[in-house]
Design a protein around this ligand. Structure first.
Ligand code: HEM
Length: 146
């Protein structure tokens, strides 16, 4: 969950209004008034930016601090899988797969070494990826049978 907050693979998204509609906030100078969206207008949003908002996640929003989820509950401010009727149907499968793979890696390797001296750089295409790939080496746990 913390990784998906800071680096949501679908970092931007948009919706087109199929009828005249009013969003409850987003308008006015402070963005706190209702906002009129005309039929066929497109509203684009960035989960990457929203997930780093200090007013939503606190002053340390830019920090990877998984413990924050002990006291906050994900809502419409956390949307790596989107929400509503078109929410990602693969969400639970993806989370289960990521958890399973992480546990298997931790059990099989005692260390993950970074092999890339270059600074971290992201690349935004349709999805958010790593610009330079993921250059790591894995040190096997010698106690495990081959
Ligand atoms: C970390 C992994 C994943 C992320 C972050 C993710 C994210 C998303 C997001 C944001 C959407 C909504 C797109 C939109 O409506 O604009 C979406 C839709 C979708 N996802 Fe995923 N997804 C992930 C994994 C998966 C997996 C594992 C599957 C299938 C096994 C899957 C199947 C789908 C499908 C079929 C849709 C389209 C749903 C529709 O339009 O009604 N996703 N996903």
């Amino acid at each position: 969950m913390p990784g998906l907050r800071l680096f949501p693979p679908i970092a931007t998204n948009s919706r087109m209004a199929n009828k005249d509609t009013i969003l409850s906030i987003g308008g006015g100078p402070e963005g706190k008034d209702p906002l009129f969206v005309k039929k066929n207008q497109v509203v684009t949003y960035s989960t990457y930016v929203m997930h780093r908002r200090k007013d939503l996640f606190g002053d340390d929003a830019d920090l990877f601090r998984p413990e924050r989820w002990e006291t906050i509950k994900p809502g419409w401010d956390y949307l790596p899988f989107n929400g509503g009727p078109r929410i990602c149907p693969g969400q639970l499968f993806a989370l289960m797969e990521a958890g399973y793979t992480t546990v298997r890696l931790v059990k099989a390797f005692r260390e993950v070494r970074c092999c890339d001296g270059r600074p971290w750089m992201e690349q935004l295409t349709l999805s958010l990826t790593l610009n330079n790939g993921c250059m790591v080496s894995l040190v096997p746990d010698s106690k495990l049978p081959n």
